[in-house]
Design a protein around this ligand. Structure first.
Ligand code: ATP
Ligand code: MG
Length: 369
């Protein structure tokens, strides 16, 4: 799967650009605040209809403009699709080959990029919602229908919270609690099963990146069990918080409050991880996601790597670059300094200089230096 052509108009500081990316490496380089991350954000947006920066429509549209548009021609196993996204200050409109898709989830299948960004690294140390979102994004990339499960759960959660706010005492066998427990158990099961599948890949990747020096793990608060067992556990959790739910006016247990524990050498990354360890953790997590998604798709997914070298020592950087070189597939890498990439032997591919929201392909080696 790869992008053959990308056009971006009025997205952030990008005016109007057209890019013909390589099927392999695409290096986007330039000084700070020139639009490198904005360009990756555009690719992420056309794939996921959401910014990885959690931004609102009006923040994405270029200042003093009314709308922005992103077009990507995606080639998957020889089949080409034109994806189009238009964002104005209120709504997002999408088209596949100039036709409106029946549902948003239809749109999600065509381009499933894996992103590495410093914003994601910072989620490790923050609130549980950040760690849940790291996991949920990975589950979603592997299985886009997961979004329907989350939306179903959120509908029950919202309804149940309204009732709790109104002071209604819920007995546990009412339709809202039953619905919440069924939908929530499905969300938990998908998360737990996903982790079971990728953990061996993740642990191995982490050991290799650290030259066998460190061990990492991800522990979901509940172990894998049959659906009816998990449902029963959820009911028990809710009955333990029953009285407090009335006084707080909200649902106090469930997948919206689970906090996956991310560990290095048995200690939580949240409390003890150094900056380099946090980055390494995310790199290994992404490596596992890439390998898993490649298995599912039967072709390599597109990678979006934003400013990934900072705070990684040379050994860890080179290890990851070697992994990238050993695989096929399209990669977009942003950087302020191309020397580490050139030194690591990433020379084949296309180099683009990003400057004040525009982009220029660099064809001669002298221009790179
Ligand atoms: P760095 O190397 O520091 O990460 P970058 O090249 O990745 O830099 P971007 O994050 O892409 O930089 O941002 C470039 C510029 O886009 C910033 O100066 C920011 O103020 C500007 N910008 C953000 N949103 C908008 C917008 N809606 N309209 C115009 N400019 C914007
Ligand atoms: Mg940036």
């Amino acid at each position: 799967m790869y992008i053959e052509k990308l056009s971006v108009i009025n997205c952030r500081n990008i005016g109007n650009i057209e890019l013909l990316p390589d099927k392999g490496f695409n290096i986007l380089y330039g000084l700070n605040a020139q639009g490198k991350t904005n360009l990756l954000e555009s690719v992420y947006l056309i794939a996921n209809l959401k910014s990885f920066r959690g931004s609102k429509n009006e923040e994405i549209v270029k200042h003093d403009e009314n709308y922005c548009s992103i077009n990507a021609c995606v080639n998957s196993k020889g089949v080409k699709r034109n994806l189009k996204l238009e964002i104005d200050k209120k709504i997002k409109k999408v088209k596949i080959d100039n036709k409106k898709p029946d549902s948003a989830s239809e749109f999600f299948g065509y381009l499933r990029p894996i992103l590495f960004s410093p914003e994601e690294v910072s989620l490790l140390k923050g609130y549980p919602s950040g760690r849940r979102s790291l996991l949920d994004r990975a589950v979603f990339q592997a299985s886009p229908v997961f979004i329907n499960r989350v939306m179903e759960y959120n509908r029950y959660l919202k309804q149940r919270n309204i009732l709790l706010k109104e002071g209604k005492k819920l007995k546990g066998n009412d339709p809202w609690t039953e619905g919440l427990v069924s939908a929530g158990t499905r969300v938990r099961l998908e998360r737990i099963k996903y982790l079971e599948r990728i953990l061996p890949l993740f642990k191995e990747a982490f050991q290799r990146i650290t030259d066998g020096g460190e061990r990492a793990d991800i522990i979901y608060p509940l172990p894998l069990a049959a659906e009816n067992v998990l449902k029963e556990q959820f009911h028990q959790e809710l009955s333990r918080v029953e009285d407090r739910e009335i006084s707080f006016g909200q649902t106090l247990a469930g997948p919206h409050r689970d906090d996956p524990v991310f560990q290095i050498n048995g200690k939580s990354v949240r409390h003890y991880g150094s900056q380099g360890q946090q980055r390494t953790f995310i790199l290994a997590f992404k490596t596992a996601q890439i390998m898993d998604l490649e298995n599912i798709l039967g072709e390599p997914p597109v990678l979006l790597l934003d400013d990934m070298t900072g705070e990684l020592d040379t050994f860890r950087q080179n290890h990851f670059f070697n992994f990238l070189k050993s695989r096929k597939g399209q990669v977009f890498i942003t950087t302020t300094d191309i020397q580490p990439l050139l030194k690591a032997g990433i020379r084949d591919g296309r180099f683009f200089r990003v400057h004040q929201g525009s982009i220029q392909r660099i064809v001669s080696n002298e221009e790179l230096l």
